[in-house]
Ligand binder design. Structure first.
Ligand code: SAM
Length: 259
């Protein structure tokens, strides 16, 4: 089934500060829905992100994008989830438009509404993207799977890939208390560099780390929005002592230029 949610409106009238100009390409999304049982997970993610607990992550992604591109940029967020990070970039770039790709229909419903200049398409990151070569100024990838060759094909030569991923300390308190939660592979950074190295060169990396206070509903949402939810029983969560009231948020955000 074809799954395209069109841009809800394009505001290209805003004036900009000194940014390079860039052409506005035609984006021709097409794709198909892949059934995904993620509605509860997506709702939990939406609620959790709306608390602002990850606002600094959204800010760093948006800043890295805005520093590197023009106001009328085309931004593709791969594994966009609810579109929270894509909307953050679009807010920073008043003439930009964004496209979110994801396999979760529930997530795409949120992503398509995340911003008036965003559209969302069901697509598997491991398939060739339904987009022409060199149409993107920014490819955004936050906590999501990657396809380096396709990211490279999509980006203009002056474009930027922005990857945000967790460090080993991310949510350590939660993982410490709920042993069934998904762990972070210590070799993940090496694997990332090996996978991206042939296609991209890192320009700048920022580390963002801070403690975030968690109410009990926030903590439940944080568990529920990750794949860990499948491994944690309701009884575990009802055990009041198990959920931390504070977690470390710790990520690396890198802007890469295409080789
Ligand atoms: C941890 S979530 C991150 C979502 C969003 N970037 C965020 O941080 O809020 C990972 C996302 O990747 C999506 N995803 C997983 N496998 C995918 C695939 N093969 N192709 C496209 N998206 C995929 C999931 O549906 C999910 O929305």
């Amino acid at each position: 089934m074809s799954a395209v949610v069109s841009l809800q409106g394009e505001d290209r009238s805003s004036s900009s500060t000194a940014r390079p100009s860039c052409p506005v390409p035609a984006v021709e999304p097409a794709g198909h829905f892949i059934a995904s049982p993620g509605a509860a997970m997506v709702q939990a993610r939406d609620r959790f992100l709306s608390t602002g607990a990850y606002a600094p992550l959204r800010e760093v992604g948006a800043r890295l994008a805005a520093d590197a591109t023009c106001e009328h940029a085309t931004v593709v967020d791969v594994g966009c989830g609810t579109g929270y990070y894509l909307a953050g970039v679009l807010d920073q770039l008043p003439g930009a438009r964004g496209l979110g790709l994801d396999t979760s229909v529930s997530a795409l419903r949120s992503a398509a509404r995340a911003h008036t200049r965003a559209a969302a398409v069901a697509w598997d990151v491991f398939r060739p993207f339904p987009l022409a070569d060199g149409v993107a100024d920014v490819v955004l990838n936050v906590f999501a799977p990657r396809n380096p060759a396709e990211f490279h094909r999509l980006l203009r030569p002056a474009g930027r890939l922005i990857v945000v991923r967790p460090t080993g300390r991310h949510l350590a308190e939660l993982r410490g208390r709920l042993p069934a939660t998904v762990t972070i592979d210590p070799a993940k950074e090496q694997r990332l560099h090996r996978a991206l190295g042939p296609f991209f060169e890192a320009v700048v990396t920022e580390q963002v780390e801070y403690p975030a206070a968690l109410s009990r509903p926030d903590a439940l949402d944080l568990v529920a929005m990750t794949p860990s939810a499948r491994h944690v029983s309701r009884a575990d969560l009802d055990d009041g002592g198990l959920l931390p009231d504070r977690v470390t948020v710790s990520v690396l955000a890198t802007a890469y230029r295409p080789r």
